[in-house]
Design a protein around this ligand. Structure first.
Ligand code: SAH
Length: 251
């Protein structure tokens, strides 16, 4: 019996085998340790868990999907649980890649969690709502450029791989989807206080119509050493390097 799609879990099952294989094959193999989030009925999973030398785990919150997977893929390691509550250290002692046709209701939270674990996640391949994928891959100056674009591109090379239409899902979502790939760049630590960097980016974009001079007031830190050029801009006009320069000049 197939799993009945539950809206509150963001379940839209992919029906197109070619797209499923393309997503699975977008992993570059940089690490043999792989975590799939939300396997559902296993459309991606079956292309992954039998790959040679793969150390594969999946986490799925939906009990009905988990029992479907146990029945159809008895040798698969699937945990029943919430990825957002997972301590990845309990599964992997080595760096691991993250893959999935993700539950769209928690897209940003998944991306923030990957960001927090950036030293352990060298690669992510995943399907998101097209709009989220575009935001992640956005460049400075564009309307969709935002917190996740800056934070993630500070540490990852981001590629927009391909767009996926609504009708290849059951049930079809209301929006198009897209697959992106994030690969960790060579930067281990930014040349600035990284916690302050995150704070500056968030404050800047949370008041994205204000210039940084005004937005950053709430930091309560002296802005005297910050180049005027940066203070007179809005967050969406700054590159990652600009944000690093700005953060350095604050501390
Ligand atoms: N990968 C499957 C299912 C995609 S739908 C496919 O492509 O067909 C998203 C899946 O994520 C669902 O199976 C849903 O139950 C699961 N899910 C939702 N929230 C989750 C969470 N917090 N942690 C783990 N899995 C979750």
């Amino acid at each position: 019996m197939e799993v009945r799609a539950k809206k509150f879990l963001g379940q839209h099952f992919l029906k197109d085998e070619n797209i499923a294989r393309q997503i699975a094959e977008s992993l570059t193999g940089i690490t043999p340790h792989v975590l799939e989030i939300g396997p559902g009925m296993g459309v991606l999973t079956k292309y992954l868990y039998n790959m040679p030398d793969i150390d594969f785990h999946a986490i799925e919150i939906d009990r009905e999907s988990v029992s479907y997977l146990h029945q159809h893929y008895p040798s698969l390691h699937v945990i029943e649980g919430d990825f957002l509550a997972l301590d990845p250290g309990t599964l992997f002692s080595e760096p691991f890649a993250v893959i999935g046709n993700f539950p769209y209701n928690i897209s940003s939270q998944i991306l923030f969690k990957v960001f927090d674990n950036r030293s352990r996640v060298p690669e992510l391949v995943g399907m998101f709502q097209k709009e989220v994928a575009e935001r992640v891959a956005a460049k400075p100056g564009s309307k969709t450029y935002g917190i996740l674009s800056v934070l993630l591109s500070a540490y990852y090379d981001i590629e927009y791989l391909f767009t996926v239409p609504e009708h290849v899902f059951n049930p079809p979502p209301k929006v198009k989807s897209a697959v992106i790939r994030l690969r960790r760049n060579s930067i281990t630590t930014l040349e600035c206080d990284e916690n302050l960097f995150v704070k500056v980016v968030k404050i800047g974009f949370n008041q994205r119509r204000k210039t940084l001079r005004n937005a950053l007031r709430q930091l309560n830190m002296p802005l005297d050493n910050v180049p005027d050029r940066l203070l007179s801009l809005r967050a969406e006009q700054l590159s990652v390097d600009d944000f690093i320069t700005l953060t350095k000049s604050l501390s």
